[in-house]
Design a binder for this molecule. Structure first.
Ligand code: B12
Length: 234
């Protein structure tokens, strides 16, 4: 695929050809091209969120499927992830620019043993865009780091991410530790990541499982509102 690309001028492609071309470029880990595509779409008046979902997230889905099927391997996926991050970095300030009122504070991080961070970075961007303040504590977090961050940042919400079936049970370790320390109910706990589902979220005692970043924003908003109502009622 890459050898045909020398001839392609991205800016000359109409949207319906540019998008699949960007998916190919993401797949091939061509960061510069992905970034160029993002700028072109923004210039054409695309909303940042639309660029994010249709050009980047949709492209990453193909990468994920081929990784699962053994067509792509870790080095290629890392390159694709790097290209995805390049595009996300352009969109980040634009998504955060909405001037929304302060909604609440969130600590988010990927659990111990897990180094996937694209999903949680996306959630961070979308939450910030919706007016939340977010402390992103990165990857491979033991329970102590979550608790320390929650307390120092005076957070309302804890978000945990896991992309591996082997690391998702660690979310329960965090929640159980919070319960033992008597602080569980001080926070709204949201969990996410491709291998999770609603049932798992319920089983480990989270407040909600969110299938994507948009759902995370909606869920956080409604749970924060519910808390405020309870606080005023009580
Ligand atoms: C990119 C990637 C990598 C990159 C990560 C780079 C990075 N910086 O993140 C690299 C190459 C490093 C990698 C490594 C590995 N990976 Co990997 N990886 C992926 C891949 C292809 C895409 C993940 C991704 O970024 N998706 C795009 C984002 C946008 O989606 P998302 O993460 O699901 O996030 C969205 C939602 O889930 C939700 N969300 C996510 N987190 C949170 C948190 C909160 C609080 C909320 C509310 C919502 C939320 O919102 C997000 C945005 O909408 C997936 C395939 C897949 N289908 O998921 C495999 C996948 C997760 N990896 C897998 C594996 C096996 C591995 C390795 C073990 C491979 C190996 N043999 O070394 C290692 C593990 C390393 C480790 N210890 O963590 C498997 C896991 C299988 C399983 N059942 O456990 C998958 C599913 C691929 C597969 N099908 O085999 N990987």
């Amino acid at each position: 695929m890459a050898d045909q690309e020398d001839d392609i001028v991205l800016a000359e492609l109409p949207d319906e050809e540019l998008i699949p071309q960007m998916h190919d470029d993401l797949y091939d880990g061509l960061k510069d091209e992905v970034e160029e595509g993002v700028y072109i779409l923004l210039d054409r008046g695309w909303a940042p969120y639309k660029v994010l979902t249709e050009a980047l997230v949709a492209g990453m889905k193909v990468v994920g499927d081929d990784f699962r099927d053994g067509i792509l391997f870790v080095p290629e996926v890392l390159l694709a992830a790097n290209a995805m991050k390049g595009g996300m970095n352009i969109l980040k300030p634009l998504l955060a620019e909405t001037g929304a009122p302060r909604m609440g504070r969130m600590v988010i991080g990927t659990v111990k043993g897990d180094i996937h961070d694209i999903g949680q970075n996306l959630v961070t961007m979308m939450m910030e865009g919706a007016g939340f303040e977010v402390m992103n504590i990165g990857i491979n977090n033991p329970v102590e780091k979550y608790i320390e961050a929650l307390q120092s940042f005076e957070a309302d919400i804890l978000g945990m991410s896991a992309l591996l079936t082997t690391t998702m049970p660690y979310m329960k370790v965090v929640i159980d530790t919070m319960k033992e320390s008597g602080i569980r109910d001080n926070y709204i706990v949201l969990v996410g990541g491709a291998p999770l589902n609603e049932e798992f979220g319920r089983a480990i005692g989270a407040d909600a499982y969110c299938r994507d970043a948009a759902v995370a924003v909606e869920t956080a908003k409604s749970l924060i509102a519910r808390r405020h109502n309870q606080a005023t009622a009580g």
